[in-house]
Design a protein around this ligand. Sequence first.
Ligand code: NCD
Length: 370
Amino acid sequence: MKRSVIDTVDLSVEEVRQLLDTAMDIIADPAKYAHACAGKKLATLFFEPSTRTRMSFEAAMYELGGNVISMTDAGTSSAAKGETVADTAKVVSNYVDIIAQRHPKAGAALVAAANASIPVINAGDGGHCHPTQTFADLLTIYREHGNMNGLTIGFCGDLLYGRTVHSLMAAMARYEGTRFVLISPEELRVPRHLIEDVVESAGIPCEEVTSLEEALPKLDVLYMTRIQKERFDDPAQYERLKNVYVLDAEKMKLAKPDCIVMHPLPRVDEIAVEVDDDPRARYFEQTLNGKYMRMALILKLLGWDGQSLTGAKEPAETYPGGPFSLWTIAEEDPAYKCGNPKCICAAERSIRHKYYIAKDGSRRCVYCEQ
Ligand code: NCD
């Protein structure tokens, strides 16, 4: 099993720092990297819609001199015949050198990584994680502030299903002086396990509020998110919540002069178009930064040593402790069943349910972490 990235924290803080350095070097001298991945292929396996993530992965591989094979619609692949994520990963490993996969079920990326013989990058697994969006976000913050320390970051919108929020929280919790303000309706609060594992365990000062206006003056970074229609079981609940937060020019008057506004995009109505002209808006820069960080990540996982690709060497056991490393401590018990309907375990019968013991002693599904 080669090294894969399911969430940002599968890389150490030092490794994230190296990715940022590589991305900055790519920006400064793209010609140096133009043939770095010559002869290598990336497969983008997208079982769920995407514009930025897939296209920036593909642009990244082309700009590294590599090639891309793409599955953009699960309906045209053997998934439509009932092929599992595990089998797909084994098959695609025979054709390419690295996989970027997006799937609507939490844990699908870990299933792919555990079955592929090549590195797998999680390009979003249901409401669980989205590490490469976080890498884009970190580069955006880094280019703004020069480091990641001492920031009050407000997350606003769908914090329950927002995988970009979950991954960025886990990443930011590792930097000194981070403070969180979590702005959401009651129904869309950050999942409890994340509060325990990420916020409380790191002792991060954190407030949960419902008012964007109240939160805005405190923030160095406002991270807006879309209320995600596709993740709701009850359409009426979506209708009720969809326009709960709308950032407009009037509200921006409440923000600090240097508070940047980020959003993973796509936006629907939660950021008025007029905010695009505000010099604090950074959401379109994020999309470009995503390409550079995906280039840096592909290089890292294929073993770039600064001159050439040497092949990734690290064994699974040395991983620093993110979801991918949970695989190495996963336990099985025929009596254990993951009960989360949004987990890959619920979607594919062939998966052997596995758990790990959380800090509070409870059993958590290794795939969805619930
Ligand atoms: C996000 C995602 O897919 O989670 N988009 C993205 O990758 N930039 C956010 C969203 O879909 O709302």
